[in-house]
Design a protein around this ligand. Sequence first.
Ligand code: NAP
Length: 188
Amino acid sequence: MTRAIFYTASTVNGFLADPEDSLEWLLTIPQEEATADIAAFTASIGVLVEGSSTYEWVLEHEGLRAHPERWQQFYGDRPTFVFTHRDLDPVPGADIRFVQGEVAAHWADIVAAAGDRDVWIGGGGDLVGQFADAGLLDEVVITFAPVTLAAGKPLLPRDLDHTRLELTSVRQAGPFAELTYRVKAPLA
Ligand SMILES: NC(=O)c1ccc[n+]([C@@H]2O[C@H](COP(=O)([O-])OP(=O)(O)OC[C@H]3O[C@@H](n4cnc5c(N)ncnc54)[C@H](OP(=O)(O)O)[C@@H]3O)[C@@H](O)[C@H]2O)c1
């Protein structure tokens, strides 16, 4: 069965990015161990889902307007669903599907595009929260970097208590701490 997995890096105090959407706090940390882990994770993924800020950050940071082939190097041929209310530029040659509205309304299409693999909900945090609200979030894998920020873009701005999050794995990867949680349905 297709699972929806939020797989992300975070500061220790729960920010995905700084207030200006910068990931400098993350990218300045030596990444060797984390890079190998990301490759293993992406092999299990059939589809990516992300919000427009995340998509636009990747576009800018990777220079994809000038070098669209770089999309393939990281994402391969996987379809990507980008949630937005705006007309954003696609990356030439990439399978990018711009959608909007209720996440549940797009779930059947997302699952169909994933084939027999899982779905990577890349963020941001509120979009992940929309999947949790809809009962469509199965797992959360957070790689905590040894960093705190005074402010930034929140990891998962929802109330999910201990009855909803079951810790299934704790792992160290160099300076990073990876925690994995199974997301459980609310108690009846
Ligand atoms: N640390 C990490 O590994 C990591 C992981 C993921 C993201 N990030 C970074 O964290 C930041 C996250 O930014 P963010 O919190 O603004 O989140 P985001 O989810 O990337 O973008 C939010 C935007 O997506 C659009 N959107 C969200 N839900 C929608 C819906 N249901 N229908 C239509 N449009 C919808 C809206 O913009 P419009 O409608 O105006 O387009 C919304 O303002 C980014 O800078 C990203 O690069 C870091």
